[in-house]
Ligand binder design. Structure first.
Ligand code: 6PG
Length: 246
């Protein structure tokens, strides 16, 4: 990849191969951690095939559900049962069937506003982590899943939004989304998302070709500023690459 970039680019044939590759990476990271593992999920449509795969026999049987905790990197500020709620989607596809309820950590949306939700989730993350400062030697998450939007946003970190510049807060409220759905968001910040052993972007389909081209050209986009303190991986399919399959 382009100049001095530490990300790893992995190309696969199609969305099915991408989901399999993501599931295998997720499982490998869980296996590497003999204790309590923490996975930060993402929303939108990109991770749905992965979540469906994790619910199938071959995968669910390999997940040590008792010691894996599930978080989410951003949320749309709508009730948990609303069809566009990110954690609601993950719960419906796989978590509610297999994960102990105490291991599922949704961003609360029953608060007065997205700022209050962010404060509550930040304190939940800090109590899970056992400290209020992130130690680069002790990442918060084993894996952080990410997607990328057409404008280069990732999680709910939009271009030119002040949330991008947060260095102290772990979670912030974003009163206005820059793209659909236009509901307030709650998002983990770059330092919190980056505190992980692996940050794994899933980028598939021809509709992602334009933004993937801009990412690979190292444009100043939120998704290009999101980096793991460990490994950052772009998992892309042939259509997103514009048909190339190196
Ligand atoms: C959200 C997200 C967001 C998403 C991208 C890609 O809540 O919308 O977490 O960052 O990952 O917008 O979305 P798609 O996968 O739907 O293209």
């Amino acid at each position: 990849m382009a100049g001095g970039d530490q990300r790893k680019l992995i190309t696969v044939a199609d969305p099915a191969a991408l989901a399999t590759a993501a599931a295998e990476r997720l499982l490998a990271r869980i296996e590497m951690n003999a204790g309590r593992a923490a996975i930060c999920l993402t929303g939108g449509s990109s991770p749905k095939q992965l979540y469906r795969l994790l619910a199938t026999d071959p995968y669910r049987g390999r997940i040590p559900w008792d010691r894996v905790h599930w978080f989410v990197g951003d949320e749309r500020f709508v009730p948990p049962s609303h069809p566009i709620n990110n954690m609601g989607m993950a719960r419906q596809i796989f978590l509610d069937r297999f994960a102990p309820a105490a291991n599922i950590h949704p961003i609360p949306t029953d608060t007065v506003d997205s700022q209050e939700s962010a404060r509550r989730y930040e304190s939940e993350l800090q109590s899970f982590y056992g400290a209020r400062e992130l130690d680069p030697e002790r990442p918060l998450f084993d894996v952080v899943l990410m997607g990328v939007g057409p404008d280069g946003h990732t999680a709910s970190l939009f271009p030119d939004d002040p949330a991008l510049e947060q260095t102290r807060r772990w979670v912030v409220g974003v009163p206005k989304a820059h793209v659909e759905p236009f509901v307030p968001r709650v998002t983990l910040t770059l330092p919190a998302l980056g505190s992980c052993r692996e940050m794994l972007f899933e980028i598939a389909g021809s509709e992602k070709h334009a933004i993937l081209t801009r990412l690979l050209a190292d444009e100043n986009l939120p998704a290009n500023r999101a980096r793991s303190t460990g490994e950052t991986v772009l998992l892309v399919d042939r259509a997103a690459l514009g048909g190339e399959f190196p």
